[in-house]
Design a binder for this molecule. Sequence first.
Ligand code: ASP
Ligand code: MG
Length: 425
Amino acid sequence: MSLIVAKFGGTSVANPQRIKDVATRLTNYQKDGHQVVAVVSAMGSSTDDLMKLAYSVNEKPPARELDMLLATGEQVSMSVLAMAIEALGVDAVSMTGTQAGIVTTTVFNRAKIAEIKASRIKRELKNGSIVIVAGFQGMTEEGDITTLGRGGSDTTAVAIAAAIGADVCEIYSDVDGVATADPRIVPHAKKLDAISFDEMLELAASGSGILQMRAVEVARNYGVTIHCRSAFTTTPGTFVKEAKSMESAIVSGIACDNSEVKVTIRGVPDQVGIAANVFTAIAEAQISVDMIVQNISEHGMTDISFTCPENDLAKLRPLLDEQIGKLGAREYLVDVTVAKVSVVGAGMKSNPGIAAKMFQVLADNNINIEMISTSAIRVSVVIDSPDAKEAMQKLHTAFGLDSDQVFEETQLTPEELAAKAAKGR
Ligand code: ASP
Ligand code: MG
């Protein structure tokens, strides 16, 4: 018997039929003798719809009220799933984050889980029920409802798995698992059977959207094995876990992030404390900066470039206008047509020359590198975004990741895909 936490994303519970399919999967687990806690996201795009609703009445919705509203999305899917399970003759009980004992910090819209008082979940499991917990939400010590930031249900699931000592945390979505690259960009990408926490963290941070980064951090800190898999098939997906093998893949994946912009402050006086001033101001505005490059100075002037999320531009512009005046800098330029392409692999630590090979592949394809950053297991470059697709494909081939099969973007619905997979079995 295993103890399983299974999280279902928005597409997996998007309509009544899919909710019934999830109910069947969960009751099968129980028939096989397992105990299951399901964590659900809101149905389909309902979180986006609730957001729109909020902004239609108030351009700056109060953070507390926004959380009150957004939390209702998951409350719909959890109760409907419980009903679907009961319809199959199996006991189910749904719980809000509050009822599940998920205590968070008081930062509305992006709260962090402080503690899970899991006694109620454990009691219901003991009673033989399938427990369903609303993802993405919790409660402050004061009793206010909070949410964990977009994609937060992944974190709910992993944290519950840690709190109840589950054998595995399954994350169900509409993709087969973690791939060597996004198959919509690199059709020869292939599914990985396993990947280490560290590699997954680098991929998540580099723009691979499959798992929320915080969820991977919690999983690594508590040693929770994650199994990313498709809700529309029974084929195993990708296990994210502690790396055991001595020989790690040199490159296990390539990611692309289009969400950042490059900012260059030109003609900055090259004096002690300038960088400190600029980046302190940016940090105080809660804008996270990724790559930073400072050029060699000429005639006592230098240029500083950095990347940051495009979403923060509205906050950043007035702040830079002010800084330009204060610093006596010439101007600043914003380039929105940039992409960050990253090559990730744990084996890089013991194999020199990965960065050199990456740069050579880009050079051979006439792709100009604008910025570079590295970690022990990652090399990232900023390039022109129109070049990103070609860069991804050429790097994927050069690092030996191509599979023989070609991914086709089909027009099939998940139901049709599942039927096709069932036929092939
Ligand atoms: N429903 C929330 C969102 O759309 C949380 C989640 O799906 O993980 O971001
Ligand atoms: Mg998600």
